[in-house]
Each structure stands twice: as structure tokens, then as C-alpha cells.
Design a protein around this ligand. Sequence first.
Ligand SMILES: *Cc1c(COP(=O)(O)O)cnc(C)c1O
Length: 430
Amino acid sequence: MQLKNSKELFSKAKHFIPGGVNSPVRAFKAVGGDPVFIKSAKGAFLYDEDGNEYIELINSWGPMFLGHAHEIIEEAVAKAIGSSLSFGAPTRREVEMAELITSIVPSIDKVRMVNSGTEATMSAVRLARGYTGKDKIIKFEGCYHGHGDSFLIAAGSGAATMGVPDSPGVTEGTARDTLTAPFNDLETVKQLASANRDEIAAIIIEPVAGNMGCVLPDAGFLEGLRTLCDDENIVLIFDEVMTGFRLAPGGAQQVLGVTPDMTTLGKIIGGGMPVGAYGGKKEIMDFVSPEGPVYQAGTLSGNPVAMAAGFAILDHLHKNQQIYQEADAVSTRIVEGIRKNLQALGLNYTINHIGSMFSLFFTDEKVRDFESARMSDTYLFADYFKKMLEKGIYLAPSQFEALFISHAITDDIADRIIEVNFQVLSSMHK
Ligand SMILES: *Cc1c(COP(=O)(O)O)cnc(C)c1O
């Protein structure tokens, strides 16, 4: 495979952009080697600057659920562009978008549009603090909520330990207000809540985690958080930036049957444009400025072109809900195919799967939290990643990401993925 143009672009990029990329995971650091520069994409295929073709299993980290350059979205954007790119004033489309979101996600009475998932989670936590008059939050190890200061906290040693910053630049004060617990560990959350009674504003969680690889909640875990939040007057925030409109029209909360107080959205709701949103119960959302005292604003929030793209994809999904069953069926086909490959090769690696998200972990152990996810052999993953890429399959360049199936992946493409998976796994285990 020829990658000359990508290599040249990357070495040039490193002179002008930190690390050569505008978001760290794109640099392939976790797997080694240089990133591929993408020129275009259509449906289930990506094309790089050297003319190589790849089957797409990242889909811009989630948003391109219908596949690339889908005509419904392209047309909506083209139409919007003709009426100017931004006004900074209210528009009809924003009202329609909010009405659509609130009608699809029952737990959202009111919603505020922002420009990214990070903005959504930052704003949701500020609002929860303003609403409850409390400062601390609980998050879970291995969950990612964007790059807001409060979320870049690793667990200290021992559950009740105060957080320590994960990144230089996050102050100790901020870290102190973020408590962390292992995913699926309700006992630790209960202990944190009782050791910090009347101090916890919010619990924020990915109801299905996708940022340590795909990790599912155990039965009763989210229900336990719900009860705890009710008892302790804590705002339960589901970060559905990844799972929203992916696992079901109503997101993970619909699939799992647990209702949060607030929800954060992003990725799919922009259809590929930079969009995020946070919403929830009316009495909480009415605390947001200008209705309430909690300030949050954005020059380009609810941008007309972004809203056109977002509305187009959500409306299309809403009117064609069989898309979910079809994407799930193709995902199941791929996952079952990979399981058969593993069996045939006498391998016992773990696959976690729900709907159109899955991860293959290079460990024989069950993966149910960040600690067990880290048992995966990341050297094997790196080898797997590179070999898959060479054979034209573009996976997320890290073990700790979920893979996303788009609706553009047909059974034939799925079978190609399974076949390449077999070739690669067998070459790794000769
Ligand atoms: C991607 C993601 C974010 C951050 O969204 P950005 O648009 O990258 O800022 C937040 N939470 C979750 C669960 C995500 O997957």
C-alpha cells in the first residue's frame, strides 16, 4: 500500500499543528505509524490522499451513522448554504430541531444546542451545580466526557481518594471536586455519596461506555444510580454523545429503560457538522440563562447549516426506524463472524457488543470496567490494527474505542470484514 502523500502531509503538518493533528487520537500514537490523510468518502468507504480505499469502521467517531455523503444530508446542507451561513439570531430550524429531539427522547423536556459534545457535558455539569447548589460530581473511570477540566481526572488509589488531574493545566481545585468510581461498581458510588453527603451535584456516566472500548452496564447498575440520585437529590446525567440516536432513536436510555434527569448529545445529532446539545427536565433546564441564572452561550450555537444537517439525519432516522434493526443486524453478522474466526483459531478473546457498537479486546477475561479493559494486550491490538489497515479496513487507532457500524455497510461488506479479520488474526497467531 502506497502512503507517500499521507506521509508528506503528516511531516508538513507537524511543523504547523501540535502533533500534526487537530485531535490527539488521529495521530495513531497508540498503535504506532503515521496517520492516513483522508481526501473523501462515500457510503461505507474512505479514500485517502494516495488513492487507497478503506472500509470505514470509525465513521468520524460516530456521527456518520448513515454512511458518508448521504444525499438526504448533503441536500439539506446545500439548501441551507444558499441562505447565508450564520445569523446569530433565532431561526425556525432551531425550533423544529428542539421539537424533534424532545419528541423522540421523552426524558428531554427542553434542550439547548451547542457546538460539540465537550460543550454539552461542561454546560450540563455547570447547570447541575447551579441547580443543586452543590459542587462535586462523580464520574466513572474510563468514561470520556470531552476535554472539559472537570472530566480529565483519573482515579486516585482507593475509591474514596480525591481525584488527581489527568492533564497538566487542570487545577487541583477542579480535581478535588471530581470523584471517580469504577464503572459497574455501585457500592463505591454509594460510599462516595455517603462520605460526601449534600455535596454531590451530579453523577455523569456513559450509560453504555464507548470510550474504553465498548463496555455494557451490568443489570441493576444504572437502576441503582437512579435510586441513589433520587434519594440524595443528585442530578443523574447520561452522556449520550455517542449512544444518542445510535442504539435507538431514544438512545441507551430507551434500550436500557433507565431515565436520567439530564442528557448530553453530540455526534449523530450533527450528521457530521459540529453540534452538541444538552437537555432534560423542564425545572432544571429553566435554570439556564436567559430564563435562569446559569450562564451558557455560543456565537455559532444552533448554526443554520449545522441545524439543517442535524435535522435531516434525525428526521430521516425518525421516519425510517428500520435503519436501527438493519444496522444492528449487520453488526451482529460481523460480531458472530469474528466469534467464529476466534473459535476456528482456538482464540478466546472478548467481544463486547450492543446494537451498532462493538469492541474486540485482546484478553480472555470479561471486560466490564476500565481495569479489565486495560487487561487487553495493546501490542496485539496495534499489530491487528496495522494489518487490518493494510488490508483496507479502517479501525479506530486505539484499543480503547468502540467501533461503529454505519447503515451503509451491506452484508457483502460485512463478509469482507469477517474474511480479512480471519486472515489477520491467523497471521498474528501463526
Ligand atoms: C465524543 C464524546 C464526547 C465529546 O464530544 P466532542 O464533540 O468530541 O467534544 C463526550 N462524551 C462522549 C460519551 C463522547 O463519546
